[in-house]
Write a protein of this length. Structure first.
Length: 240
């Protein structure tokens, strides 16, 4: 479904992505781990066209991801993104946050969009918060709204960029539970995370990224338990 083929990306003179390639098949969960500044967010942003890349190709369902082409609008509705800092609209209710995309981008009728939003908010355990505003929710609840909002676009894949890193520790579990449920339902997911327990349990494959390159990739049982590369071992010793 997602094919990243030898992409390179520089900011000014600094090359931050140095020939990264990987594929994500339909229904797969791929976790990307690696130190801060290694290029994890940049890769996710390139996949849904929020960022340009200098060379190589990214394709989604066989279509080239090209931020300068109008096809990017369609690709973005199929590849939703969930950010570390929720990015909800602060002056809108929970329900309005979830219906905004379907109504504005997909031209859905308000009633239909609201019916679907209620269903999705039930799914993430927030059926009783439809009229609440983001500032009155905990970080975990806000992130669950953000996931419902991503799902409202009926995406084929969801990219998560450290979705639990901004949360107090006691709120991490409720968000990971929602993500685990999505994975079990067969959602295609690319997850940048420091939650090694989640990666071990849910990922089909884990990529270890360092300095803009994939050092090692494999099933979580191999990569997390018996990493082959010293750099992966060092990283895992620091985070676990
Ligand atoms: P990660 O998500 O793994 O922490 P990022 O993808 O955010 O890493 O960043 C990779 C590198 O690119 C870092 O050195 C960062 O400082 C740099 N970088 C990211 N975004 C920009 C930008 N818009 N302009 C300049 N440098 C950037
Ligand atoms: Mg990042």
């Amino acid at each position: 479904m997602i094919k990243v083929d030898d992409i390179h990306k520089s900011f000014g003179a600094v090359e931050v992505i140095k020939g990264v390639s990987f594929e994500v098949k339909q229904g797969e969960v791929v976790c990307i781990i690696g130190p801060s500044g290694s290029g994890k967010s940049t890769i996710l942003r390139c996949i849904n066209g929020l960022e340009t890349y200098d060379s190589g190709t990214i394709t989604f369902d066989g279509r080239k991801v090209d931020p300068s082409d109008k096809s990017i609008v369609g690709i973005r509705t199929q590849v939703s993104m969930v950010f570390q800092r929720f990015n909800l609209f602060p002056h809108r209710s929970v329900l309005a946050n979830v219906t905004e995309g379907p109504i504005q981008v997909k031209g859905e009728k308000k009633a239909a969009a609201e019916a679907m939003a209620v269903e999705l908010l039930e799914k993430v355990g927030l059926a009783n918060k439809l009229d609440a505003f983001p500032e009155n929710l905990s970080g975990g609840q806000q992130q669950r709204v953000a996931i419902a909002r991503a799902l409202a676009m009926r995406p084929s894949a969801i990219l998560f960029d450290e979705p639990t890193s901004a949360l107090d520790p006691e709120l991490v579990g409720e968000v990971l539970t929602v993500m685990r449920d999505l994975a079990n339902e067969g959602m295609t997911m690319v997850v940048v995370t420091h939650e090694m327990g989640f990666a071990r349990e849910v990922a089909d494959r884990v990529l270890f990224l360092e300095s803009g390159g994939i050092v090692e990739e494999g099933p979580p049982k191999e990569l997390l338990r018996n990493p082959r590369h010293e750099r992966t071992q060092d990283f895992l010793h620091r985070v676990i």
